[in-house]
Ligand binder design. Structure first.
Ligand SMILES: *Cc1c(COP(=O)(O)O)cnc(C)c1O
Length: 462
């Protein structure tokens, strides 16, 4: 295949993509497959001789779409969304055409500078004070790992980088029981250890108890531990829990601990001023992560991390071997020094296209609709006999269960997903199994969301 062929096939791919999108509503949301069904259709060994693109494309059409769970299906209500607004898809195609690598300013000046401007656009969009800068990562997990590595090094005076962790004081991190497993993973990977991630109990509003946080820090100090940082939850994955950010940051400040806020999902909603009460006090954080690839519409992957002062993170993650030296190092930003990988994709382009093609007002309207439609769906589900709301809507996320108990709830969930018209996923909360509903797919309509209670009612009657 050469670049002339690429042009022709790109047009064919664009037509295919258009048809795929137009028929999404007719497809089951979740792939109705048994494990191994796709792998069995592929030869066991790679081809020795080149194959014609016609054959490759025909196999793609025959095998792949039917083997996908369709994240862009308007009735995808599982997990959290991974939205891809058309404009962001187009930007990805252009980035793909240049296949750029933006590790240093000089390896892709436009990628670096557009990233700087997009971080500032997003800062303004979320109502964060000037002074926060930031960078784009692949995922929230990487941003959280970066923040926790920085907490570790700050606590031990940047000795771990050279000396390693053995012989260092025993560090402690604090988070609520509602935080995402990416925080546990970062505690493991950072050498701090999962046992040293203290999960602070939550109150009836699902916030970490600030008094319990203060107590845990004091008890750890007395026991010879070295507290290193606090991770706060702004929109947890299970039920959308929010820590009381201002109160918790006040405790952290009293103990001189840095704070990282995980708003991977809910951050997108903060473009709407009326939701910002949920994370009031966030301007006191040292680090904040949110994923524009979830609710905002930037094609996966795109996680942004705001930093009050990038200095400590650059000191932790930045390395300048001779072969990466660049002239005028003082004036330019080399974003590889802000994150874990060296190589970096040109992710800022899709933010630029997205924000311009939709406008903040367009994006706000979608998010407001999702929140309103989720509330309507929760009301309709609450009215069904034998069904109860377990956690009421946090933004556009709520959970429900059958009064009959976990087994009945699980059986209902399996029937919902085998049916294929909607896709929902489970969680455990308050010791019981619950079915999660989140509304956030970019193209979903009020009718799509109204199908949630309809399907539940229909399947309950059978
Ligand atoms: C999705 C999510 C994450 C993990 O995001 P990745 O980008 O997939 O690593 C972390 N925290 C919360 C609250 C999330 O919703």
């Amino acid at each position: 295949m050469n670049h002339d062929d690429l042009r022709d096939w790109s047009k064919r791919a664009a037509d295919w993509a258009h048809g795929y999108h137009a028929t999404l509503r007719d497809r089951p949301v979740r792939a109705p497959l048994v494990p191994g069904a796709i792998a069995r259709q592929l030869p066991k060994s790679p081809p020795e001789m080149a194959e014609p693109m016609d054959a490759i494309f025909a196999d793609f059409e025959r095998i792949v779409p039917a083997g996908m769970t369709h994240w862009q299906h308007p009735r995808f209500f599982a997990y959290f969304p991974a939205n891809a607004a058309p404009a962001s898809m187009l930007a990805e195609q252009l980035a793909n055409a240049m296949a750029a690598q933006g590790m240093l300013w000089q390896t892709s000046p436009a990628a670096t500078e557009i990233e700087q401007v997009m971080m500032d656009w997003l800062r303004q969009a979320l109502g964060l004070p000037s002074g926060f800068t930031g960078t784009i990562h692949d995922s929230a997990s990487t941003a959280t790992l970066s923040a926790i590595l920085t907490m570790r090094e700050r606590a031990i005076g940047w000795k771990g980088l050279s000396e390693g962790m053995s012989g260092q004081p025993r560090l402690r991190l604090y988070a609520s029981a509602e935080t995402h497993s990416s925080v546990d993973k970062a505690a493991r990977l950072s050498g701090i250890g999962q046992d040293n991630l203290v999960k602070i109990p939550t109150d009836t509003g699902h916030s970490m108890k600030p008094g319990a946080l203060a107590g845990a820090i004091a008890a750890d100090r007395a026991a010879g531990y070295l507290p290193a940082g606090v991770i706060l939850c702004a929109g947890g994955t299970s039920i959308g829990a929010f820590d009381r950010i201002a109160d918790c940051i006040e405790v952290a400040r009293l103990h001189d601990l840095p704070v990282h806020v995980d708003a991977a999902w809910a951050g997108s909603a903060m473009i709407c001023p009326e939701f910002r009460d949920l994370w009031a006090g966030v301007d006191g954080a040292d680090s904040i992560v949110f994923n524009p690839h979830k609710w905002l519409g930037a094609q996966f992957d795109c996680a942004v991390q705001f930093l009050r002062d990038p200095g400590p993170q650059i000191r932790t993650l930045g390395l300048r071997p001779a072969y990466l030296a660049t002239p005028s190092d003082e004036e330019i930003v080399n974003f590889n020094e802000w994150t874990v990988p060296l190589g970096r994709r040109f992710r800022a382009l899709k933010l630029w296209f997205l924000l311009r093609a939709e406008g903040l007002e367009g994006l706000r309207t979608r998010i407001r609709n999702h929140v309103a439609w989720a509330a309507e769906a929760a009301r309709a589900i609450a009215a069904l006999p034998g069904v109860e709301i377990v956690t009421s809507p946090s933004l556009s996320l709520f959970t429900f269960a059958l009064v009959a108990g976990d087994d009945a709830t699980e059986a209902l969930l399996n029937r919902i997903n085998d049916d294929g018209r909607i896709y929902l996923t489970p969680t455990r909360t308050g010791g019981r199994l619950a079915i999660r509903v989140q509304v956030g797919q970019f193209d979903c309509t009020a009718e799509d969301v109204a199908m949630i209670p309809q399907v539940v009612e229909e399947l309950l009657r059978q």
